[in-house]
Design a protein around this ligand. Structure first.
Ligand code: 4AD
Ligand code: MG
Length: 433
C-alpha cells in the first residue's frame, strides 16, 4: 500500500499533479452553492484548497459550509499549478478530516485594536503578518550567527544574573539571589571583554533586561542583544565591523525573505540602499546639523528620539555618529586622547526615522582611568575587581558594540512599534500572555 506524501505547504511545488495530505488550520473560507474555497495554513505558507460539489461526498460538501476559522484540518487532494495565486499552486480536494473544531475564534479578519491583539498574542501569532515578521526575525538571528561564525568569532554566553550594573543604575531589574541582591543583565559586554582577552574575537547573543519606565515605540523591558567584542580593535575598526555586519544581515533578508517582505508591503528599494557606504558623522557635526534643521539641542545633550528621526531622515543608509560627550555615555567608554570631554563611542542610527539600533565603542583600557570612572559613576568597586583584572593582566585596546535585535527587526520589516518584533513582548504595562 502506498502512503500519501504529507509535505509542508511551502514545499508543495515538489508535488505537482500528485495526491498529498496537508495538515493545518483553516485560515479563511469562501463558500457558494457549488464550491468551497478553503485557505489552509500550516505555518510554512497558505494554500487555497478547492472543493467542488462533485469532488467529495454530499455530506462532506455540506459540512464544509460550516467549517470555521482556525479549525484544524487534514486535507487530501491533488496539487495543481495556479499562476493566479502568490504560491503558484492550489489543491483540488478529494477528502478532508476535521482534527479539532474552533468555535468563535476571537481574531476575525476584521480590524482589531492593538490592546485586544496584544491580549491575544498567543493566537495573534497565527496571522499572516505576524508570521512574516517572525520569519524575518528568524532569518536575522541566523544571519547574525552566520556572520560572526564566518568571521571566526567564538560564542561566549554571558550570564543573566549579575551582581552589578553595566549600563547605569536607573533601569536595573533587581531580584533576590538567595540571601543577596542580584540584577538581571542589561548587557553582556563586561563578560565579552573578558572573553576577548581570552579568545580575541567573541560575541554573545541573548536576552537582556531594562526596567524602562518609558512607553515608547522603541523600548521593551526584555530584548535580545548581540554583542561582539574584539581585542586590539579601535573605534574605527569597530565602525568597519558594524557596517559590514549590517550590510550582511540586511542582504540575507533581501535574499531569502522576499515573500515575507511583500506581505509586510516593505519598500524593498529602501533596504537595497543599505549596501552603500554608511556616512560617519562626528557628534560635533551632528549637533550643528540638527541645529540647522531646527532642533533646540545644544552641545552636551544626548539625542532625543525626535533628533534621531530628524537627522536620519537626511540619509538613505544607516549613519554612524561617533565621539559623543563622555558625560552622556557609560563608565567604560574610553576618552578621546585629544579631547577628554569626548568618548570613543559610536551609535548606529537606522534610516527612515528608526534611530539607534547599535551602541558601542572603544573601551577604557587603562587601569587608573577606569578605577576613577567607576568611582565617578558611584559604582561599587568590589563588584568590578574582576573587570579591573582585565586591565591588570595584559591590557590591550579593544572595542565592541551591541545591536538590539528587535529594533533591527522593526527597521527591516518597516514596523511602527517594537511590540510586534518579538513573539511575546514584555513592556512596562504588559507581562501577559
Ligand atoms: O546602547 P546600549 O545601551 O549599549 C549597550 O548595552 C552596550 N553595552 C553594548 C555593547 O557595546 N556591547 O544598547 C545597545 C542596543 C541599542 O542600540 C538598542 O538597539 C538596544 O540595544 N536597546 C534596546 N532595544 C529595545 N528595548 C530597549 N529598552 C533597549 N535598550 C537598548
Ligand atoms: Mg545606546
Amino acid at each position: 500500500m502506498s502512503t500519501i506524501a504529507s509535505p509542508r505547504i511551502a514545499d508543495i511545488g515538489q508535488c505537482v499533479n500528485q495526491t498529498v495530505c496537508l495538515k493545518g488550520w483553516l485560515y479563511n473560507r469562501r463558500s457558494s452553492k457549488n464550491v468551497h474555497f478553503l485557505e489552509l495554513r500550516d505555518g510554512s505558507a497558505i494554500i487555497q484548497c478547492v472543493i467542488g460539489k462533485n469532488d467529495v461526498s454530499p455530506e462532506l460538501f455540506e459540512a464544509a459550509a460550516n467549517l470555521s476559522q482556525e479549525t484544524s484540518l487534514m486535507i487530501t487532494g491533488t496539487v495543481r499549478e495556479d499562476s493566479r495565486s502568490d504560491l503558484g499552486y492550489e489543491i483540488g480536494v478529494t477528502d478532508y478530516t476535521v482534527v479539532g473544531e474552533a468555535t468563535d475564534y476571537p481574531i476575525t479578519p476584521k480590524e482589531h485594536g492593538v490592546a485586544f491583539l496584544m491580549e491575544n498574542r498567543h493566537l495573534w501569532l497565527r496571522s499572516k503578518r505576524q508570521n512574516a515578521i517572525l520569519k524575518i526575525r528568524h532569518e536575522l538571528v541566523n544571519a547574525i550567527r552566520d556572520f560572526f561564525n564566518q568571521e571566526d568569532f567564538t560564542l561566549i554566553d554571558a550570564p543573566i544574573f549579575t551582581p552589578s550594573a553595566c549600563e547605569g543604575t536607573t533601569n536595573l531589574f533587581e531580584t533576590t539571589y538567595f540571601d543577596r541582591q542580584a540584577y538581571l543583565t542589561q548587557s553582556g559586554q563586561l563578560y565579552m571583554e573578558a572573553g576577548a582577552m581570552a579568545f580575541g574575537k567573541v560575541y554573545c547573543f541573548g536576552p537582556t533586561f531594562r526596567a524602562e519606565k518609558s512607553k515608547t515605540r522603541r523600548h521593551l523591558t526584555e530584548f535580545w542583544m548581540v554583542e561582539p567584542e574584539v581585542a586590539y580593535n579601535t573605534l574605527y575598526d569597530n565602525m568597519d565591523l558594524a557596517e559590514k555586519f549590517l550590510k550582511y544581515i540586511v542582504g540575507r533578508v533581501l535574499e531569502n525573505r522576499k515573500l515575507e517582505l511583500k506581505v509586510l508591503e516593505r519598500d524593498i528599494s529602501a533596504l537595497e540602499k543599505i549596501q552603500k557606504p554608511f556616512p560617519r558623522i562626528h557628534y560635533n557635526d551632528a549637533i550643528k546639523k540638527l541645529q540647522e534643521l531646527g532642533s533646540d539641542i545644544v552641545w552636551g545633550d544626548d539625542f532625543g528620539a525626535d533628533d534621531e528621526t530628524m537627522l536620519t531622515k537626511e540619509f538613505d543608509t544607516p549613519i554612524m555618529v561617533h565621539h559623543y560627550p563622555a558625560e552622556i555615555k557609560a563608565f567604560y567608554m574610553k576618552k578621546d586622547p585629544e579631547n577628554s570631554k569626548l568618548s570613543l563611542s559610536v551609535d548606529v542610527l537606522a534610516p527612515e526615522g528608526y534611530g539607534e539600533i547599535i551602541g558601542g565603542g572603544e573601551r577604557e583600557d587603562n587601569l587608573e582611568v577606569l578605577e576613577k570612572a567607576i568611582a565617578a559613576h558611584d559604582l561599587p568597586k568590589e563588584h568590578f575587581e574582576w573587570f579591573l583584572d582585565l586591565r591588570r593582566y595584559g591590557t590591550v585596546p579593544h572595542a565592541g558594540f551591541g545591536l538590539g535585535l528587535e529594533r533591527a527587526v522593526a527597521w527591516v520589516c518597516g514596523l511602527h512599534h517594537v511590540r510586534e518584533t518579538i513573539p511575546f513582548p514584555r513592556l512596562m504595562d504588559r507581562i501577559k500572555p
